[in-house]
Design a protein around this ligand. Structure first.
Ligand SMILES: [Zn+2]
Length: 181
């Protein structure tokens, strides 16, 4: 937990420098995905830091930035995939993805997957009809693929940013230890 906090602090200061570089190891494939979406490394990291603040650090102040970032990702997917979605569909995806990032629990059963017995503090044996018993927030079937594409990109953005920062921190530390030997 403590290491995580430090990592986030490093993310914040690394973002300010604005010159994180990609290029090594497992991150390459994900970066290629981002490149295909027309995002530069700096732009991707800027978006990623917004999500890290909101999702990992629970910073509610980042909500408006998260909305804008999701809107941008949905727009880029729409262009890259040639979906040509309506404005309303893009808005709906944006809203649902932000809700999911805020809480991925099904809003009907609150994530417990079973129906509640009305008036009693118990669960019935029947599965929740909204989520079909998964306990997870579900997206409109028509827009599900686009929602999952946006979430997948967001996960990759955050994973890339974290591995990038980790490389910077531990890469530097490793070099210092090597010299010490
Ligand atoms: Zn449910």
């Amino acid at each position: 937990m403590e290491e995580h906090k430090t990592l986030l602090e490093r993310v914040g200061s690394a973002m300010d420098s604005g010159n994180l570089a990609y290029g090594k190891d497992d991150a390459i494939r994900d970066v290629e995905v981002l490149a295909a979406l027309g995002m530069s490394g700096a732009q991707a990291n800027k978006l990623a830091s917004v999500f890290v603040h909101f999702v990992v650090a629970g910073d509610a102040n980042a909500l408006n930035d998260v909305r804008a970032a999701v809107r941008e990702i949905v727009r880029r997917h729409d262009v890259a995939q040639g979906w040509n979605m309506s404005k309303n569909d893009k808005r709906r995806i944006e809203a649902d993805v932000v809700l999911y990032l805020s809480s991925r629990a099904c809003p009907t059963c609150k994530g417990v997957a079973f129906q509640r017995i009305p008036g009693a503090p118990m669960l019935s044996a029947a599965r929740c009809q909204t989520c079909g018993g998964s306990g997870e927030r579900v997206f409109l079937a028509r827009l599900r693929a686009a929602c999952h594409a946006a979430l997948s990109t967001i996960e990759k953005l955050m994973a890339n940013l974290q591995s990038d920062v980790r490389d910077r921190i531990f890469g530097r530390a490793d070099r210092l230890f090597e010299r010490g030997d």
